[in-house]
Design a protein around this ligand. Structure first.
Ligand code: SF4
Ligand code: SF4
Length: 340
């Protein structure tokens, strides 16, 4: 007869998860220490890690927690719209936290756990624990020098977790090779210098941060000249990794991509109306708020500045009169550089 751990893992596989393991909550006791080490490497980013500090004391909020179920779902299988390749981070393009099918899988998993009589808690959008640490302890894979979590599918996986009130343990099988000796391709590939050495990344200078919930003042951010082709997110340190070679296979259609992706060209973002953004784009790219279309437009202007073409001129000129001061400032900066 199957153990409850085995039944949970079988259910996860049946729902399409690539990996599923379970660790006692005590296995995460060193999270606080590891976080502190990370902060010591980049002390100026301490504020950024404020929320994660809370993960270290999750048992205070959920005193009934005895174990954590952690799963990995592969997203490196979706067809990427050609015009968005290299401009929008793939984790944001194919975000299973907002895609109905996968959300249903999360809900189905949670319902199953409750049917088994477990008390559970989860926050699939923003997490409740150190997911990568939990996944590593549960044997799902390894954390590489670029700080991303890898399974046999490379780093193109998303982690989810549930806290439970039952003592359980099930360690997955994973036999991944460590990073090749001397490899530093991810560090070399980082356009902003954010990934400065192995396992050392300053979140505040990461393009993924600066083009999403950070970077509120890009016209005065010297690093934005290093953003290259990226508009929202950045995959450079994952794309450059040999352990990701051949791991993305464009075999599946992600739901509704054809409906929203044509609207994310630089030109269409500059002409986007607030209500369209709020209804169609923001719910999907939720790291920017409903009132932050302006931030997308600053990102696009930054892209236009770094990849200037004459055809961008009308959009830049119009943006000089935009009602948002940061959009105006970025557009006027380009005008000064190009047309003064
Ligand atoms: S996501 Fe981009 S900017 Fe951030 S560490 Fe990786 S390569 Fe550097
Ligand atoms: S690029 Fe090399 S060092 Fe960096 S994560 Fe990949 S294998 Fe490891």
């Amino acid at each position: 007869m199957s153990t409850i751990e085995q039944m949970i893992q079988d259910k996860a596989y049946a729902l399409g998860y690539e990996k599923c393991g379970i660790v006692p909550i005590q296995a995460l006791d060193d999270y606080g220490e590891q976080l502190q080490e990370r902060i010591q490497k980049v002390p100026f980013a301490e504020k950024f890690y404020e929320r994660q500090k809370h993960f270290a004391s999750i048992q205070q909020e959920y005193p009934w927690v005895k174990s954590v179920i952690v799963v990995a779902v592969r997203y490196g299988k979706y067809k990427i719209p050609e015009h968005l390749k290299g401009h929008i981070g793939k984790a944001y393009l194919f975000d299973s936290r907002v895609e109905q099918g996968s959300i249903r899988n999360s809900l189905a998993m949670e319902k199953y756990l409750q049917e088994l009589g477990l008390k559970v808690a989860s926050n699939q959008k923003f997490g409740m624990i150190g997911l990568r640490l939990a996944a590593m302890k549960a044997g799902l894979g390894i954390i590489r020098k670029n700080n991303f979590f890898y399974t046999e599918s490379g780093s193109w996986v998303r982690l989810e977790a549930w806290l439970t009130d039952r003592e359980m343990k099930l360690i997955e099988d994973s036999h991944l090779p460590v990073c090749p000796k001397g490899c530093n391709r991810c560090i070399q590939a980082c356009p902003s210098g954010s990934l400065s050495s192995s396992y050392t990344m300053s979140p505040l200078s990461c393009i993924s941060f600066l083009t999403t919930f950070g970077g509120r003042d890009l016209p005065n951010e010297p690093l934005c000249k290093n953003f290259g082709d990226w508009i929202y997110g950045c995959d450079a340190c994952q794309d450059a990794c040999p352990m990701n070679k051949g791991k993305w296979e464009e075999t599946d259609d992600f739901p509704e991509v054809s409906q929203w992706s044509p609207h994310l060209t630089p030109e269409n973002v500059m002409g986007m109306k607030e209500d369209f953004y709020q209804q169609k784009i923001q719910p999907k790219f939720f790291y920017l708020a409903p009132e932050e279309l302006w931030k997308w437009q600053v990102n696009v202007l930054c892209f236009m500045r770094n990849n200037y073409q004459e055809t961008y001129q009308p959009y830049i000129i119009v943006a000089c009169q935009n009602e948002n001061p940061k959009v105006r400032e970025m557009a006027q900066l380009i005008c000064k550089e190009r047309y003064a």
